[in-house]
Design a protein. Sequence first.
Length: 694
Amino acid sequence: MEANDRRGPGEADDPMADALFHSPKTHGFVRVAAATPVSHVGDPKANAEEHLALIRQAADQGVDLMVFPELSLSAYAIDDLHMQAALLDEVERQIAVIAQATGDHDLVAVVGAPIRNGDALYNCAVVMGAGEVLGVVPKTYLPNYREYYEKRWFAPATARAEDVIRLNGETVDFAPGLVFEAVNRPGFVFAVEICEDYWAPLPPSTRAALAGARILLNLSASNIVIGKADERAMLSASHSARTLSAYVFTASGWGESTTDLAWDGQATIHELGSKLAEGERFALENHLTLADVDVDRIGLDRLRNGTFSECARVEGEPATVVPFMAREDAVESELIRPLDRFPFVPDEAGRLDQDCYEAFNIQVQGLMRRMAATNGERLVIGVSGGLDSTQALLVACRAFDRLNLPRTNILGFTMPGFATSDGTKSNAWALMKALGVTGAEIDIRPAAEQMFKDIGHPYAAGEPVHDITFENVQAGLRTDYLFRLANQNRAFVLGTGDLSELALGWATYGVGDHMSHYNVNGGVAKTLIRHLIRWVADRELVGAEASPTLHAILNTEISPELVPAKDGVIQSTEGTVGPYALNDFFLFYISRFGLKPSKVAFLAHQAWCDAGAGHWPANTPDDEKVEYDLATIKAWLRKFLIRFFQTAQFKRSALPNGPKVVTGGSLSPRGDWRAPSDGNARVWLDELDANVPD
């Protein structure tokens, strides 16, 4: 398979459909590049040649927008040479050359240059595209402290007499805060600021973002000292988070004068607080730092964030919008950005450890507070030997330990039915004994048989009918027993159903596993629960005795065990509702960001079409490292959409209380997700069918 061929085996080979679907541009991505050229001190022509080489390289890689460092055409550390007419004339000539190159290569380039306007000199960002200068942005804040002396040479943006400038015979906009908008690519809107501007308490890009810019560019010189690279990265990350934007930063590197300073050429790209890419520091050659920025996702995040729009109304100012035409070629390409297969589970081991620590303690504290509020000293929990009940039981044990309550007050019941396997039953007993809770067993089959007889179900007459009634009689009886046991023991029922099951409606409604007095798992995705159990086991947080059983449970196939095995094959949850890895991926992007199904399918295909590519969360077993082709992704996404939008909401409308754990991950009707119980999935299914090739 070629490196840029993301089709899986068996997928349709329609060149036009493939080109459209497999192009990041189709799905609201803008490819940006932070350029780090070799600098030539006071030599605009040599610097322009470096720029042109990088522009050609960027064009070959499908870049839409690229940004160079501050004063990149003249070099930054040339001091009084900035005041030389010969140099300034040559800068303007090279601007014309580079502008022509942007037309030849169909991209937008932003370069740094000293520009005269009237009798003043300005430190500027020159925005070029389609063979011309689109606008010039002067630097607002000029540093004049410690090693900086910019006011000796430059005037601040506020000193300009008018908002236009004559450059190489053309009149163009000249002002800070210009907003450049692609008329043919929705959401491709950017603004520019220069170095010190974003070190100010109120960077000019803040108002540009409020005016609609989704990509913010920073042309920087920024000499390097110990620790400064971390500070720049922190500013870029925090600014992109606060302004709900992408932030592209590039600083001067090799070749700048080291008379008294040094330069590392740092380049970073952040989006909504997360780092998408960073370049090599202290490199000796030209290079690009690339990433695909999701301007569609940025827009959707702003749409749902009322604070952003309110701030824009209160603090925003009218901005001059400069329209331009962006490249439109829909070329099949791999997405250039980090893309987690498991968005609820970090890849990096340290971050996963922190997330597990926080998730587990959120669950524990939530349960502790509910017990304190109800003066509770006992709880009842059904223990099946599966993932969800195991995690809920671990949370209960930790909560009781912290409340100085004996674990014997945790009343665990395993309730075998017609399809309970010896493996899960033995795991349930082993877990309860290892944890020191009070364990008991109730065989629900006699009560189920009586109910089958009472309602006239064929099973009572000896017919092997394993329909939904057969399943739900068992699930309902189990929860009915738990509630009555809670009454009898002055306890409350601890729920075990997780976030993924709530999304799919995979629960028996009413007095079934849908209901409890408090549910600690309702804010935790199934894919994260696996890692939480492993995390607790590895750290022996509830005792070393339970660890072997916990690992055995992790190796057990997910099954409700309500229907007897057929030909040795047990009932598979994922065979019915789809792989939880995919369902959690769908859930994250649809509920958190509201992405279109076609884009979710595109992202899932990019993430999952090659099991060998990319990163996996720490300790992921090899048998979980699978791949899915587009046809498989589309089929399971279709089922997810029907379940999520059409059939499961009425269950979510009557959920018990439970703590929110993951960002954007609550499906409580009192929290993140509120929807009508009688909705339908038609609009999402139509969008999927219209835009995802078969």
